[in-house]
Design a protein around this ligand. Structure first.
Ligand SMILES: NC(=O)c1ccc[n+]([C@@H]2O[C@H](COP(=O)([O-])OP(=O)(O)OC[C@H]3O[C@@H](n4cnc5c(N)ncnc54)[C@H](O)[C@@H]3O)[C@@H](O)[C@H]2O)c1
Length: 342
């Protein structure tokens, strides 16, 4: 525990988004933290998340509607901060292909603004960056075998670890990857306490996924409404999925052990026990919801990985963390939350 300051000031960029809302709730329930959210509310559903956060009556919550590209604002907000969780981002590969300049400004330049502000105002603060497994590119060099419902990796029996070569693919891959490398480098060059989380697919409550990002919740919502799902590719692509509660547990472990984690890059995902192919998730949802789900196929998306399974060992060894919510339980929890939301 960071003992130098009893009440920690924590800045969460993108704090009204899916992961941000879950993190902010957790930090405020702890009672030891003062949380400042910086969010421009560009993502659909963020106003609803914000309402939920304020409805809980937390005294130590401040919301600033603003943009991470506003360097002056970012500099002001990082003053006297004990930790920064940098989650704000342009999150969709599809949007990045259409608007690469905007994507770069938010994901790469916005991250650099935050790092510089942190260096000037709060050099000893934890700086955690939500990166992505997309920095490893399409992984087309890995050997695979195709089965009826999924591809299987013949290499990397324990999943993909942090030593996999970087291969930025798509403007989103490039902009998030640039942020990832800057965050890593600020620890080497300026001895700052930065940490990079290369996250797999995260799912759970307060997620407002759509066809461009958040495929698990998007599939569930379509299935619950009886609408047809479009699968891009053949549906045999495999993802490891991690429930957001487990991700937040990982964030909090880093917050409380920042010296152990500083300067490190971690792959974080559901791991080998929590994988679904797209077809398998549909099949599971059919059983869970007791109805047939209609789907069709579209073209593969650029850079889509046929299999991504995170090897979490480095993070597990560093902090003792393990994902605790199994994939089927996690999906049931999300279906329950969505049913109440409807
Ligand atoms: N959800 C996942 O599966 C996943 C996987 C890998 C990485 N990530 C990363 O985790 C982070 C959070 O993802 P999420 O799923 O919660 O997404 P989200 O879209 O729900 O949250 C992002 C938040 O950032 C805000 N935002 C966007 N542009 C901004 C800007 N210019 N200035 C200020 N705020 C801005 C949005 O309004 C939103 O509230 C992102 O950096 C994303 O790249 C997410």
């Amino acid at each position: 525990m960071d003992k130098d300051n009893k009440m920690r000031k924590i800045l969460v960029t993108g704090g009204a988004g899916f992961i941000g809302t879950n993190l902010v709730l957790n930090l405020l329930m702890d009672g030891e933290n003062k949380v400042v959210i910086l969010d421009n509310l560009s993502r659909k559903g963020t106003e609803k998340n914000l309402e939920l956060l304020f409805s809980r009556g937390f005294k130590n919550l401040q919301f600033v509607r603003g943009d991470i590209r506003d360097y002056r604002l970012v500099k002001k907000l990082t003053e006297k901060t004990n930790a920064i969780f940098h989650l704000a981002a342009q999150v969709a590969v599809t949007t990045s292909v259409e608007y690469p300049l905007d994507d770069f400004e938010v994901n790469a330049l916005g991250t650099l603004y935050l790092l510089e502000s942190c260096r000037k105002n709060a050099k000893n603060a934890l700086f955690l960056y939500a990166s992505t497994n997309k920095v490893y590119g399409s992984l087309s060099h890995l050997k695979l075998r195709s089965f009826k419902t999924r591809y299987m990796l013949l290499d990397r029996a324990n999943g993909i670890d942090e030593n996999e070569p970087l291969d930025f693919f798509s403007p989103y891959g490039c902009s998030k990857g640039a942020g990832d490398q800057y965050v890593r480098d600020y620890s080497r060059i300026y001895q700052m306490k930065t940490v990079v989380f290369r996250q797999s697919c995260i799912y759970g409550q307060y997620q407002h996924g759509n066809v461009d990002q958040g495929w698990v919740v998007h599939f569930i919502k379509k299935a619950m409404k009886g609408e047809k799902i479009t699968i891009y590719g053949d549906g045999k692509q495999v993802r490891d999925i991690l429930h957001v509660n487990d991700l937040i547990d990982a964030y909090v472990r880093v917050l409380n052990n920042k010296n152990k984690a500083a300067g490190k890059v971690f792959n974080i995902g559901g791991g080998i026990k929590n994988t679904f192919s797209l077809l398998e998730l549909i099949n599971y949802l059919e059983r869970l919801l007791g109805r047939e789900i209609k789907y069709e196929f579209g073209c593969w998306r650029p850079g889509d990985q046929k299999v991504f399974i995170s090897n979490n060992r480095l993070f597990e060894r560093t902090t003792g963390w393990k994902p605790r919510i199994g994939k089927e339980k996690g999906i049931r929890m999300l279906v329950e939350w969505l049913s109440k939301e409807a």
